[in-house]
Design a protein around this ligand. Sequence first.
Ligand code: SF4
Length: 258
Amino acid sequence: MATINLDRRSFLKAAGGLGALSVAGAGLAAPDRRAFADETAFPEQKHGNPVEATIDPKTGDVTVNEDVIVRNSACLGCYSSCGNRLKLDRASGRLLSVGGNPYHPSCAYPYLNFEDPLEEAYRTMSFAHGKGNIVRATVCGRGQGTQDGYSQPDRVTVPLKRAGKRGEGKWRPITWDQLITEVTEGGKLFADIGENQDIEGFKALHDTETPMNPDQPDLGPISNQVVFLGGRGDGRTTIGTRFSSNFGTINQYGHGST
Ligand code: SF4
């Protein structure tokens, strides 16, 4: 049987590419970090997404790539609401990758404390300084798949207004300013497609004193006519609760009807 005599440096050169010290999480099997302990030169990157930082293997010093933005956030891939970690290209705003949030107990254990600096978060993504093998954070495959949801061309990113009969499936994009004006002021909002009905805006219903029906005072004030029907309780609901409370309606619930 032929034997291959490959010293460590040659092996590293052959491995090349993304380099073991990148914090990009290239999805490769974890290398033996002892093999890299003496390496100080970061290999020139030729493939893949740009790395967000490099870590000095001896000192643990972090050098951040300013071209890449990293945000620790939360995943909405399913009901679990894990943390996630997003890598964005600063120039284009493009989402480069989704990974685990080292501050979140669903992604890493032990996880970082909120007080720990972001530099420490970078450090956990490497194998330098004895870090990455302890709290290298992950998300599940579906969590990584949210990147496709973000970039798929049919994703709704602007308000859409009905541009045909109900159920006809016709919509047109409008600005956020138009949306806010129309839902607050109300009026004949669909006159342009031949519908003449007056639609009450939030202003017309913002009355927390007058009973909506004097014969049934238990229904509360007029403002309770605004019903906030939201989705699941995944974080976005909190914003809805804030709006409903400030507006003065108690009628907010999720589609689970529980
Ligand atoms: S990381 Fe996976 S389990 Fe967690 S919220 Fe996202 S899709 Fe759900």
